[in-house]
Design a protein around this ligand. Structure first.
Ligand code: ADP
Length: 257
């Protein structure tokens, strides 16, 4: 820890300067601590699929089995590789975002057809779990926003709603304009999120139940990316949820900017 400047009299000019300097130091230290944690988490997350690929390969090399067995082994390796690719893609996105290398380019479009097309992309995952996705809202609404960034946010939220909710449940996607704000909300019938963790889930690598999320295929970066893509357009994203009573993720964007 860096040493702080002594504050002899907090009311005089020198005292003010010393206080400001100490506060700056504290913020820099916190940033470094976050960076270190992020690097450690990223390394750990990269290590997990790599270790799995290595051990699956080693074990199968010691066996003398039929083609079906090795096909199965290759399948497991590809699954781990897919996870690795997703993780690296997410890390690259966040690193570009941090370096301000992602351009926001807004254009006007029909909100309903945008949501309909986005839902279509993820529909097969919902069908696998026999889940229904319902769209509700004013079909005439237009929005001016960055479609690619918004699609990224909505896909991450829909993916979570599907992943964390049980089979046969319903996911509602509502879109409406309230004064000058356009809201897109996704409500699921999943396990909900404890109130004290509702802010934390937007942090990088934070997961409510790490083991469960990993088992389901989560890597803990989806909501951090979703929040970034929405905030970059002047909007925000938040969650309303009660444990055991489902969650509603709300994307808010400036209406017609
Ligand atoms: P992950 O890849 O683990 O899903 P996210 O950043 O997308 O990472 O989400 C962070 C955590 O928030 C998840 O691990 C999960 O614990 C929780 N979470 C996100 N969406 C939901 C949801 N719809 N229902 C319940 N929990 C959720």
């Amino acid at each position: 820890l860096q040493e702080r400047l002594p504050v002899i009299n907090a009311d005089d000019e020198l005292g003010h300067l010393a206080c400001t300097f100490n506060q700056m130091l504290e913020r820099i230290e916190k940033s470094f601590a976050r960076l270190k944690q992020f690097t450690a988490d990223a390394a750990h997350e990269l290590r997990t699929p790599l270790t799995a690929i290595q051990s699956i390969g080693e074990v199968s090399l010691q066996e003398n089995k039929d083609a079906a067995y090795y096909r199965n082994v290759i399948g497991s390796m590809l699954e781990e590789n897919h996870r690795l690719t997703q993780l690296v893609d997410s890390l690259l996105f966040l690193s570009r975002a941090d370096c301000e290398r992602i351009k926001v380019s807004k254009e006007p479009f029909s909100l309903f057809s945008f949501i309909e097309k986005t839902v279509e992309l993820i529909q097969p995952l919902a069908e696998e779990k026999n889940q229904t996705i319902l769209l509700e809202g004013d079909r005439r609404l237009n929005l001016t926003a960055d479609k690619n960034l918004l699609r990224e946010a909505l896909l991450n939220i829909l993916d979570n709603a599907i992943k964390y909710s049980g089979g046969g449940t319903t996911i509602r996607v509502r879109f409406e304009r309230i004064r000058h704000v356009t809201q897109i909300s996704v409500t699921d019938q999943g396990p909900g999120i404890p109130v004290d963790q509702q802010e934390k889930i937007f942090e990088r690598f934070y997961r409510v139940d790490k083991a469960r999320s990993r088992e389901i295929g989560g890597i803990g970066l989806g909501l951090a990316i979703a929040r970034w893509t929405v905030r970059a357009q002047g909007g925000n994203i938040r969650v309303i949820s009660q444990p055991e009573a489902g969650s509603t993720f709300i994307i808010e964007l400036p209406g017609e900017s």
